[in-house]
Ligand binder design. Structure first.
Ligand SMILES: [Zn+2]
Length: 148
């Protein structure tokens, strides 16, 4: 697995230190200090960073698309989920935003009775990007991403 450039100690405290070095505060640092984050990697089902899940930009105002961000998971913010250690996964800002978009679209098409192959085709037609390293959505990718 890819490691962040800031260090590769692997101990929980080093993850917290790496997060702080990136300018991250709050729940992600707290989780790392508690041994609840084992690697500094984007945990979204689909990651779009060309250098891999472990590459992050420092936090700036506004955040760049590759800055670290806490994703509400498993309970979405829109469903009342909070940013607490039991409901957070580490994400890139961009991967988090795209996740919301394709997840909503897949859910709508599933409700309409579309097959996974039809949904993959629809995502490709609409230009929804698949994860980095993939050219097109496939039926299997749609299912795997949706249930992740
Ligand atoms: Zn990512």
């Amino acid at each position: 697995m890819a490691k962040a450039a800031a260090g590769d100690g692997g101990a929980d405290s080093s993850i917290a230190d790496q997060l702080r070095a990136l300018g991250v505060k709050g729940v992600l640092v707290q989780m790392a200090e508690r041994g609840q984050l084992l690697v500094l990697e984007c945990e979204m089902p689909q990651c779009y960073h060309h250098n891999g899940r472990g590459a992050f930009d420092p936090v700036t105002m506004p955040r760049t698309k590759w800055a670290p961000s806490p994703d509400h998971y498993p309970v979405l913010k829109s469903a009342g989920g909070h940013l607490a250690p039991e409901n957070v996964r580490l994400s890139h800002v961009w991967c988090n935003n795209l996740d919301y978009g394709w997840r909503k679209r897949i859910g709508t098409l599933l409700a309409k009775g579309k097959s996974l192959a039809e949904i993959a085709e629809a995502l490709n037609r609409k230009g929804v990007p698949p994860a980095h390293g993939r050219n097109r959505w496939t039926a299997a990718m749609v299912r795997k991403a949706y249930v992740s």
